[in-house]
Design a protein around this ligand. Structure first.
Ligand code: LRH
Length: 491
């Protein structure tokens, strides 16, 4: 088979990138063509995405990939749950909201009065998270935008629509909306109707690995490219990242570590037991019909928001490298907090900054109050490692599996201290990398759709292993993680 060269567009909440990927027998090379900062835009008390700006950056990146070599395909993945609405002419109705916008506060409780949480779980198999699309839509009931909406497109599908003119909903990302039936893989129209949502706005579903369509002639002309297909990849970034976990055997745990940490297992079928629901585990759809059985953990967001606050105040030695150095020498497990506490979800502000929120949680829980930035950072990292430990062990128990190794992929795999603490907490080896797993998974699914000889996920992962190094962290004994775990309330 010849080598393919594709553009993998991978959009994160704090940065987006367009990678050029070469995929061939024994070959998987990623080159960054374009990277740009991203973030929520506050307007009048709401939080939006600058989706036209993102579209422009995507075009810049694709043009750069094309300028530097062949271009056989384009695939787009991004963070989940957020969407744009189109009117009946196919025009975007307003700015897409960020899932960190406060309008969904209290909505899950409201919805539970119409459709109980057990019933919701039986249909969608999801963790109760206030920002899940269905809760965002319920918050939008009665708005002019929702009333005029003809089509709902999740963000990667919206960007693909602007490239191709084709509408659809790729299944891995659709599985995060709360409106997909996890058992049938089809839209849960009945659930939508009972919640007063216009389910006709949900477009036809498509699978990762299918071709969305060729880039429109006008767009191709603007970009100076030929007739290039846009391929549906695992358009949920976490689904793409899990594709590229370099595991050699089934039964591995993974942490997709970025702004969020997604912590769990890959399964063949959803776990919809009452125990799984009570533990508030999610069953998201993976590539090739797999299930991502996982927990959303607040992730490195808390640390990056602390860094932003310290930078604004001019606090010395609070860049990430200095902070991690400070954290590594701070007393271990001195202060631990519930890192998934809802008070940490929204962006920090001058009047409500993130470091003070962390300190406030510690104080309220009767924990020793961290004083220095290094101590606060250590508290965040220890608390993350504790959460990973708790949720991976629960996942394994609920799924009836043993946990022998944990793969950390995504940007957080660069955080040596966090990876080491994770190994210590879990008592199993942690294999860190690749950091660009989502872009790799995106490129690999495209290559397969375009004819590369990668029959199944095992073959895909073998290629990642062959071409990418991992860093191994063996667990160290000596700290009492059990005792620390008892200091944090259960979910
Ligand atoms: C990670 C992620 C995660 C979702 C969140 C909204 O980027 O896609 O899987 O829960 O963003």
């Amino acid at each position: 088979t010849a080598t393919l060269r594709v553009a993998a567009v991978d959009l994160g909440a704090t940065s987006g990138r367009v990678m050029a990927a070469r995929v061939g027998p024994g070959q998987l090379e990623l080159t960054e063509a374009h990277r740009f900062p991203n973030g929520g835009v506050p307007v009048g008390g709401s939080l939006f995405w600058d989706v036209l700006g993102i579209h422009r950056e995507v075009l810049t990146g694709i043009a750069e990939v094309a300028r530097t070599g062949d271009l056989h395909g384009i695939g787009i993945d991004s963070w989940a749950v957020d969407y744009g609405l189109l009117d009946r002419d196919g025009e975007l109705l307003g700015n897409p909201y960020s899932h960190r916008d406060p309008r969904t506060r209290g909505v899950p409780e409201l919805v539970a009065r119409t459709v109980g949480v057990r019933e919701q779980y039986a249909v969608n198999g999801l963790q109760q998270l206030p920002f899940t699309t269905v809760f965002q839509l319920v918050a939008a009931r009665g708005t002019a935008a929702l009333e005029s909406a003809h089509t709902l497109l999740l963000l990667p599908d919206l960007l693909a629509y602007w490239l191709t003119g084709e509408v659809g909903a790729e299944r891995t990302n659709a599985s995060t909306t709360g409106l997909l039936d996890v058992t049938t893989g089809e839209w849960a129209g009945d659930l939508a109707t009972r919640l007063g949502l216009p389910w006709s706005i949900l477009p036809a579903l498509r699978d990762a690995g299918s071709v969305v369509g060729p880039v429109r002639a006008q767009v191709a002309a603007d970009l100076g490219i030929g007739d290039v297909p846009v391929v549906a990849v695992g358009s949920h970034d976490t689904a793409s990242a899990v594709v590229a976990v370099p595991a050699s055997e089934p039964g591995f745990g993974y942490i997709s570590s970025g702004t969020w940490s997604l912590v769990g297992l890959e399964l063949d079928a959803p776990v919809l037991s009452e125990e799984a629901r009570a533990a508030d585990f999610t069953n998201e759809g993976g590539v090739d019909g797999t299930i991502r059985f996982l927990k959303n953990v607040m992730g490195l967001w808390v640390l990056s928001e602390c860094v932003r606050a310290w930078k604004d105040r001019g606090t010395p030695a609070t860049d990430l490298a200095s902070l991690l150095a400070g954290a590594s020498t701070a007393a271990p497990l001195r202060t631990v907090v519930d890192i998934n506490h809802p008070s940490l979800l929204g962006p920090g502000s001058a009047t409500d900054p993130m470091p003070e929120r962390v300190v406030g949680l510690a104080r309220a829980a009767g924990e020793p109050v961290p004083q220095t930035p290094g101590e606060i950072a250590r508290c965040v990292l220890d608390s993350l490692a504790l959460a990973y430990r708790r949720h991976l062990r629960t996942a394994a128990r609920l799924a009836g599996q043993d946990l022998e190794v944990v793969h950390v992929v995504g940007g957080g795999s660069h955080n040596h201290l966090l990876c080491q603490l994770t190994a210590d907490a879990l008592g199993v080896p942690v294999l860190a990398g690749p950091a660009e797993a989502a872009a790799l998974g995106n490129a690999l699914v495209q290559a397969r759709a375009l004819g590369a000889d990668l029959p199944d996920l095992a073959a895909v992962r073998a290629l990642v292993r062959e071409t990418h190094d991992v860093r191994r962290h063996d667990p160290r004994a000596g700290l009492d993680w059990d005792a620390a775990d008892r200091r944090v309330p259960t979910p």
